[in-house]
Design a protein around this ligand. Structure first.
Ligand SMILES: C[S@@+](CC[C@H](N)C(=O)[O-])C[C@H]1O[C@@H](n2cnc3c(N)ncnc32)[C@H](O)[C@@H]1O
Length: 269
């Protein structure tokens, strides 16, 4: 088959199917970045039973999809995986046997203080693992730097700081990302129980997928990764079991216009 024809059969497509079957559509070594937001093993309702597995079954399933997904990555490729504290220890151990762990990112969902349990602390974060296949993974820090505010720049106005690259370009984002979850009234909000903010996924893509590269998301949900990739000028491919979510993804892709690089990252802290 001609290379272009082969590419167009899976690039920029969302397939309504089980990711475990779908991976076979994608040639090995063709993906720049894997963003996975799998069911958490917490019993969420995605219109299917995918989040209703008991612990042993859930962990065995996780290992299976990880082993099917990783060969799809290019040698410079990397993985972000959204998890909760419940299973991140086990899954990080699995991944550390196969990849290099670069960060544990804490997504502070900025949940307002109210009520909660009385025998332990309220959990308000997601645990995101960032892993690479090798030491020479792609990472474009300049694409995601956070500009210093005027006050900080002024405080660094002494001659030794003048012309300092880091002061002009901004600082390296830290590993705690404080971004509001998409509450019911949020303008981005779609009808999906665990939709992730574009702001977060766009940062991952700008940092870890070269322009024009391809992002694979095996568990598309409402399609945040596809929309973010489209907005950032990257290709995407992914899977989703629920046909209603697949329709939602097409709707979101049609709605969101192309790149708006200025917006997404600057408000992240
Ligand atoms: C945590 S959600 C993803 C949310 C997504 N990141 C977003 O921002 O909307 C997980 C999704 O994976 C889907 N799913 C579960 N098991 C799957 C499988 N084996 N293959 C494909 N999709 C699956 C579920 O239906 C659910 O929509």
């Amino acid at each position: 088959m001609h290379a272009d024809v082969e590419q167009s059969s899976w690039r920029n497509q969302i397939f309504q199917e089980d990711a475990l079957q779908g991976f076979a559509r994608i040639p090995d070594g063709s993906i720049d970045l894997l963003i996975a937001d799998p069911p958490y093993g917490l019993g969420k309702d995605y219109g299917n039973d995918s989040d209703k597995m008991a612990m042993a079954e859930y962990l065995a399933w996780t290992e299976k999809w990880i082993d099917a997904a990783l060969p799809k990555l290019k040698p410079h490729g990397s993985l972000y995986i959204f998890l909760t504290w419940r299973y991140s220890p086990e899954i990080f151990v699995m991944l550390k046997q196969r990849m290099i762990m670069l960060n544990e990112i804490i997504w502070d969902r900025r949940v307002p203080s109210m009520g909660g349990g009385t025998r332990r602390y309220s959990s308000v974060h997601d645990t995101v693992g960032f892993f690479s296949l090798g030491k020479d993974h792609y990472f474009n820090l300049d694409a995601i730097r956070i500009p210093y505010d005027a006050e900080t720049k002024k405080a660094r106005s002494r001659s030794i700081f003048v012309g300092a690259k880091w002061l002009e370009l901004g600082y390296n984002p830290k590993d705690v990302w404080s971004v509001s979850r998409l509450h019911r009234e949020h303008r981005e909000r779609a009808d999906h129980p665990t939709q992730k903010p574009l702001e977060i996924v766009e940062r991952m893509i700008k940092a870890s997928c070269p322009p024009g590269g391809v992002v694979l998301d095996p568990f598309m949900g409402s399609g945040t990764t596809a929309v973010a990739a489209q907005r950032c000028g990257r290709s995407f491919v992914g899977f989703e079991l629920n046909p209603t979510y697949c329709a939602l993804i097409q709707q979101r892709l049609a709605q969101h216009e192309a790149p708006d690089n200025a917006r997404s990252v600057l408000s992240l802290e």
